[in-house]
Design a protein around this ligand. Structure first.
Ligand code: HSE
Length: 348
């Protein structure tokens, strides 16, 4: 029996607990063991919840419990999540996370801490929700030099832009729907202002270039100023508007990175990625362009990635060393040509 703890019981946390239960048989068969959620750390009681008996409010109970070897952190943010993750890694627990903010801003320190304590810090769920992207980049594409990453990495904004274009919904109406469906962050500013995409392109760029790409140095523009008219003007010119994270290697110590709404030609592979779907194009010097596509947000797609990381922690073998160093990389804003009449850059 493998006992684990889940920190956070919001959309993703409850998805993780539910998924481990729902797919218990299939998972047990595959790992030849059973995973049991011993603790769920929350800030409040859930008396009527099916898993109420597992709920605790003190992290130290988990830190001190020798039976807990793996912890899923799905609290989000960089305050409690950061402190708890450090405590847990120092106590020799493997930690898996969906927390892109924490990985993007404190990743280097947490990977080091994990290494020093001989445990794993895994983050497949931090980019692309249910889409496998972190593991493919560090395993299947490991023999490539990655030169470019372009992707739609935020489900909420892609859902909003799709609804604006196809259903003529206002920005506010479409955002409300996205929140109801559980796609948006608790503070939707992180989605609509491009901050969430910035954290994700920072993580993928750090993996690609092996150096710490500081999200604070990336030029970011969200979709909060995009009007229905912009979307329609672009459409009439043969383009769709998408919020894109763009990163291109320029030599060994420099990269051009930006987050911005872009005009994408209708026949481009990213143009028909709609609703909550994400797609990420990665260019390797051996593979050429490969595209990863799937649901980039939502309870179960994200829980799927968290659970696969939990299972990976059961494997003691050392992975290819895939995390990035704290060496800096110079970040520039690419000079992209804009679509006539509207100030939206074109992505070829
Ligand atoms: N709010 C994020 C999104 C969740 O909409 O993509 C997944 O990171």
């Amino acid at each position: 029996m493998v006992q684990i703890a889940v920190l956070g019981y919001g959309t993703v946390g409850s998805g993780v607990v539910y998924l481990l239960d729902k797919n218990r048989d299939i998972i047990s068969k595959r790992i030849n063991d059973e995973i049991q959620v011993k603790y769920i750390l929350t800030r409040r009681e859930y008396n009527k919840d099916k898993y109420a008996s597992k709920i605790i409010m003190n992290i130290d109970k988990i830190v001190e419990d020798k039976d807990i070897k793996i912890v899923a952190e799905v609290i989000g943010g960089v305050t409690d999540a950061y402190e708890y993750t450090k405590k847990l890694l120092k106590a020799g627990k493997n930690v898996v996370t969906a927390n892109k903010e924490l990985v993007a801003t404190k990743g280097t320190e947490l990977f080091k801490l994990a290494r020093e304590n001989n445990v794993k810090y895994l983050f497949e769920a931090s980019v692309g929700g249910g889409i496998p992207i972190i593991h493919p980049m560090i395993q299947c594409l490991v023999s490539n030099k990655i030169d470019k990453i372009v992707g739609i990495m935020n489900g909420t904004t892609n859902y909003i832009l799709t609804k604006m274009l196809k259903d003529n919904l206002s920005f506010e109406e479409a955002l409300k729907n996205a929140q109801k469906l559980g796609y948006a962050e608790s503070n939707p500013a992180a989605d609509v202002e491009g901050i969430d995409t910035c954290r994700k392109i920072s993580i993928l760029s750090s993996l690609a270039y092996g150096r710490n790409v500081n999200p604070d140095l990336i030029n970011v523009k969200g979709i909060d100023k995009i009007t229905l008219e912009d979307v329609k003007v672009a459409e009439n010119k043969g383009y769709v508007v998408k919020l894109v994270g763009y990163s291109k290697r320029v030599g060994e110590e420099k990269a051009e990175i930006i987050v911005t709404p872009c005009a994408i030609k209708k026949n481009h592979p990213l143009a028909n990625v709609d609703d909550v779907y994400n797609a990420i194009l990665v260019s390797g010097n051996a593979t050429g362009e490969v595209m990863f596509y799937g649901k980039g947000a939502g309870q179960f797609p994200t829980a799927s990635a968290v659970c696969s990381d939990i299972i990976e922690c059961l494997d003691n073998k050392t992975n290819v060393e895939f995390v990035w160093s704290d060496e800096k990389i110079e970040i520039e804003t690419p000079k992209l040509k804009c679509l006539d009449n509207i100030n939206i850059p074109i992505i070829d």
